[in-house]
Design a protein around this ligand. Structure first.
Ligand code: TXA
Ligand code: MG
Length: 325
């Protein structure tokens, strides 16, 4: 890993002004940032990540004021949620204005916006005085990076990164779509994350209008593919086995060609498990094993665990269930 891979926030600002994408830490995962007003820098983000053009990017703003020129409609609910949860891991979808490049939105009429709270990302936003588009800094479909060295390894030193330490949350932001309807508002959760349905419910008690809160059934928002977040070694989920022994025996019988398995073990507390998830998947993938497995614990049903299992099921090659006898 060359020392030039790591840059200061000042150097990051300089590179971004030159049109070079750089990786920056956020409280969720590291993002590969580019100037929203520079289409060739945006195109580079897609090519560096090998990301298909149909998967739209999130625009990162310093504050609510910066959303105004980017949106055609910013409802009272957008304003309320931004005031409650920003800076933080909540992404708001809003109808876009003409200044937002189609490259960012994949031609959609809406734009995704969030204000990150990591101080180094904020320092860069402040110095630039302008928003940054930033998808997670990983190759398309792969595990998101939660440490600076993950980014360096992912792109073989081709991407420079500001080292902001291990990400505090470790899971991508919650994505929600607030809309005005005749009875008040509706709010759809498109991607689960650290801001949970419960958090939203609690916050909405202070909102003056009725809100219908829902979770998108089929997660078919753009870029929400069945397979995502995939580690470099196949991941298998084992569910409803009577014991660890039974699960491991089943794996060995089912996949005799795989000689070395590694177990993904996460902390029982969901916030810690979220922080461990991607770095453990990366560590296991490079530890000389051929495949990874995780045992699903049915008691892991808090909302943050649901967000973690959303990522795990998309990252997995298969879910194996105990045969019913
Ligand atoms: O925590 C995060 O959100 C991280 C950090 C870097 O901020 N970013 C991130 O970006 O996870 P990315 O590109 O890996 O995921 C963004 C997702 C897209 O895949 C898409 O599902 C959703 O945000 N999205 C973006 N624009 C959208 C839009 N206009 N409508 C619906 N969903 C949208
Ligand atoms: Mg991503």
């Amino acid at each position: 890993m060359s020392p030039e891979s790591f840059i200061s926030t000042e150097e990051a600002v300089h590179q971004l002004k030159q049109g070079t994408p750089v990786a920056l830490p956020t409280e969720t995962v590291y993002g590969l940032a580019a100037d929203i007003y520079n289409d060739s820098a945006l195109a580079l983000v897609f090519s560096i990540k090998a990301r298909p053009s149909f998967d739209p990017l999130i625009v990162h703003v310093e504050n609510v004021e910066q959303t105004k020129p980017l949106t055609k409609e910013w409802t009272l609910l957008h304003q309320f949620l931004a005031e409650k949860f920003w800076p933080g891991p909540l992404t708001l979808i809003a109808p876009k204005s003409r200044v937002v490049s189609d490259l960012i939105t994949s031609g959609l009429e809406t734009v995704a916006l969030r204000s990150p709270r990591h101080p180094q990302f904020r320092a860069v936003l402040q110095a630039l005085g302008s928003p940054l588009a930033a998808p997670s800094a990983n190759r398309f479909g792969k595990t998101s990076p939660t440490e600076a060295r993950h980014v360096v390894n992912e792109f073989a030193g081709q991407v420079q990164v500001v080292d902001g330490g291990a990400c505090e949350i470790g899971l991508e932001s919650t994505v929600v779509f607030p809309e005005k309807i005749h009875t008040g508002f509706k709010l759809e959760i498109l991607r689960p994350g650290a801001v949970t349905q419960e958090d939203l419910h609690a916050a909405l008690k202070d909102f003056a209008f009725p809100v219908v809160l829902s979770v998108q059934e089929k997660q078919n928002s753009p870029g929400h593919l069945k397979h995502h977040y995939q580690p470099d070694k196949p991941l298998f989920i084992l569910e409803r086995f009577s014991s660890r022994h039974a699960a491991e025996k089943f794996l060995i019988q089912q996949y005799p060609e795989i000689k070395k398995w590694g177990e993904l073990q996460l902390a029982p507390a969901a916030p810690l498990a979220a922080r461990q998830l991607y770095s453990e998947l990366r560590r296991l993938s490079t530890s000389g094993i051929e495949a990874i497995y995780i045992l699903r614990d049915p008691s892991q049903n808090s909302e943050l665990w649901i967000a973690i299992w959303d990522r795990l099921s998309k990252a997995s090659s298969a879910t194996l269930l105990q045969q019913a006898f």
